[in-house]
Design a protein around this ligand. Sequence first.
Ligand SMILES: [Zn+2]
Ligand SMILES: [Zn+2]
Length: 175
Amino acid sequence: MRRRDGSMQRFNVAPLFATTVCGDCGLELRRGNLGRHRRARHTPGYVPASRARSYYVPARTRRELELGFVYVLHFSRPVGDHARHYCGWAKDVESRLADHRAGRGAALTRYAVSEGIGLQVTYVTTGTRRDERRLKKNRRLAQLCTSCRPEALARHAELARERRAIKRAFSNVEP
Ligand SMILES: [Zn+2]
Ligand SMILES: [Zn+2]
């Protein structure tokens, strides 16, 4: 503040906070904050508590998104009424197939093996357990299976042709 005689008045105010300087980056910090600053800025992989929630991925989701292989097993003859394929996920398809053949796999393949039905891997792709679930749901395994694909695609084309023919027949009818 300027005095009447023109000179500046100096206020002798004590600093609000005692500060320290970080030895690593030279940043001036409140004295109590040095430890937190060093952990946050100078510790690799450290996640501050305020960010921890957004960094966290639940174990179930991590399991769902683990990358491995999605495979399709083709049965040498239908199991039960109509099951011709089985779809699964594995890190190592070879050893998983050995498990299936030894009767240590899923309920369906265990039953198939007990009935003397052969198992063969006819389709493999990289994917997650989530991909496997999606594939199980859409139930078009025959279109992926290399030994059923030509037939399945032909059947699909046949159905599409019939559907188009029906549509054409109805569109020609005068109202
Ligand atoms: Zn620092
Ligand atoms: Zn097949």
